[in-house]
Design a binder for this molecule. Structure first.
Ligand SMILES: [Zn+2]
Length: 254
């Protein structure tokens, strides 16, 4: 049952015909993990907290640096040197004190993810690290937890979702093979325009809310590419190729 206060707090989304009270209750009972509390994780987590996601698991091992403030909108200048996960939890708790927020000051290793992914209904990959992205993909696939992944470099962003609750779902590795040569190119080395992270991170939270509410996604098995220079979104349907992990599901240890 939704309380009177929550009915007011969430009134603008409850009144939507696509949402209603039933969807709000789904959001309230949902547990979502946000891995990476940088330029994507900040707007994504803000919208999820505001929307009334019942439980947010916030994962980031970094402390805030001066150069983060150009794009990481949860933080203020007085938070420099403080752990992002703790500051984010505090800021989001101020936005919405009625949800549970669990901060983890932790770099998400594959072992850690394997232990924790089963405690959530959805994972948002907001990292800027290809290796962690592949780990998140493997763990979510094995645990049948849906994942929404995003990245932005320069003026260009990407968004893609996989619902591993469905049998036969493709995965990130099907389209972006996990190779040794893969460059770990992130915004520390290549630069990034702040609002593009805001747009793509917000789109990530939008897809999360839709998935939890049972609405169709625009990024399911589909790579959405955002170009900040022209404001174009392009959709690339992913082909039929499957990685070894998806081609031989029996090979995955359960
Ligand atoms: Zn795959």
């Amino acid at each position: 049952m939704i309380s009177h206060k929550d009915r007011i707090r969430y009134s603008r989304q409850i009144m939507l015909p696509q949402m209603g009270e039933a969807a709000q209750e789904k959001l309230a009972s949902a547990r979502v993990m946000v891995v990476g509390l940088g330029g994507l994780g900040c707007p994504a987590a803000l919208y999820l907290a505001s929307a009334g996601i019942g439980e947010l698991h916030l994962v980031d091992g970094d402390t805030l640096a001066l150069s983060n403030l150009q794009r990481q909108i949860l933080y203020k200048s007085n938070h420099i040197h403080k752990p992002k996960a703790l500051v984010a939890a505090q800021q989001l708790g101020a936005v919405n004190p009625h949800i549970r927020i669990l901060p983890y000051v932790k770099k998400a290793s594959e072992a850690w993810l394997s232990e924790h992914a089963s405690r959530v209904d959805l994972v948002l990959d907001c990292t800027d690290n290809q290796r962690i992205r592949q780990s998140i993909n493997r763990v979510c696939r094995e645990m049948a937890v849906p994942v929404i992944m995003a990245s932005v470099q320069g003026f260009s962003g990407q968004l893609v979702s996989f619902d591993f609750r469905r049998k036969g779902s493709p995965c990130y590795t099907c389209f972006f093979p996990d190779t040794e040569q893969e460059r770990v190119d992130n915004c520390e080395t290549s630069g990034v325009i702040g609002p593009a992270l805001g747009i793509v991170g917000s789109a990530q939270s939008l897809e999360a809310i839709k998935l939890l509410a049972g609405l169709p996604l625009g990024s399911l098995d589909t790579l959405q590419v955002f170009e900040a220079e022209t404001l174009d979104w392009r959709r690339l349907s992913l082909g039929k190729e499957r990685c070894a992990g998806c081609a031989e599901p029996m090979a995955i240890a359960r």
